[in-house]
Ligand binder design. Structure first.
Ligand code: AMP
Length: 217
């Protein structure tokens, strides 16, 4: 099974993707995580990506598309995958279609996570992530048992550099301009399954699982 998860920054794409990855045995490909690990390792890709990420802008398609193509060629993707944070532009979506059609493959469903902007701004600014395993916490809604320490792996739990009020505003503008049009793009192909994450992630995940079951997936 090949899935895409779409949603604004902080809509809960990552949390939902981790649950679905476990349930369906998929590889979880988060372009944001790939960029962040390159930034941490100080690679040339990381250095270039950082200048865009810090401003809440998209890393250019010329860098991102090739990076994803390489990742999809790795062996763990053969069992199926969930793409989290890619595609984010129509050009990326078209490039993905092309990559897949070369291999006679297709996307089975596109999961669209709905959350109101004011809830997003509140959740993103209080979000914290584990530097080691990537687990997501929230100082207001899902605090770690010990402050600053990951409940799952004991790693350091920190605020992402781009989870500030100013950068979140910029990321939302980027989302509405570049990524929201993808919902129509995939709706026209009959692939969209919606999950509403305004209240809690369990309800959102349940409606996505029901949508996948209806498609016989
Ligand atoms: P995320 O972790 O998905 O919120 O991504 C963090 C940041 O990485 C985004 O705000 C972008 O700057 C960059 N990024 C992640 N995925 C993409 C993509 N598919 N295209 C361009 N930039 C991306």
């Amino acid at each position: 099974m090949r899935l895409i998860i779409l949603g604004a920054p902080g809509s809960g794409k990552g949390t939902t993707a981790v649950v679905l990855k476990e349930k369906y045995g998929l590889a979880h490909i988060s372009t944001g995580d790939i960029f962040r690990s390159n930034i941490k390792a100080g690679t040339p890709l990381g250095l270039e990506a950082k200048s865009y990420i810090d401003k809440g802008q998209l890393v250019p398609d010329s860098i991102t598309i090739g990076m994803v193509e390489g990742r999809l060629a790795e062996s763990d993707c053969a069992k199926g995958y969930i793409l989290d944070g890619f595609p984010r532009t129509i050009a990326q979506a078209e490039a993905l279609d092309e990559m897949l059609s070369k291999k006679n493959e297709k996307i089975d469903a596109v999961l669209s996570i709905i959350v109101d902007d004011d809830i997003i701004k509140d959740r993103v600014c209080s979000r914290r992530v584990c530097e080691k395993c990537g687990a997501s916490f929230n100082v207001k809604y899902k605090p770690t048992k010990v402050e600053g320490v990951c409940d799952l792996c004991g790693g350091s739990v920190v605020q992402r550099a781009d989870d500030t009020p100013e950068t979140v505003e910029a990321r939302l503008v980027t989302y509405y301009e570049n990524t929201k049009p993808l919902i129509d793009f995939y709706d026209a192909k009959g692939l969209i399954i919606e999950g509403n994450n305004n209240v809690d992630s369990d309800t959102c995940i349940k409606s996505i699982e029901d949508g996948l079951a209806k498609l016989g997936i």
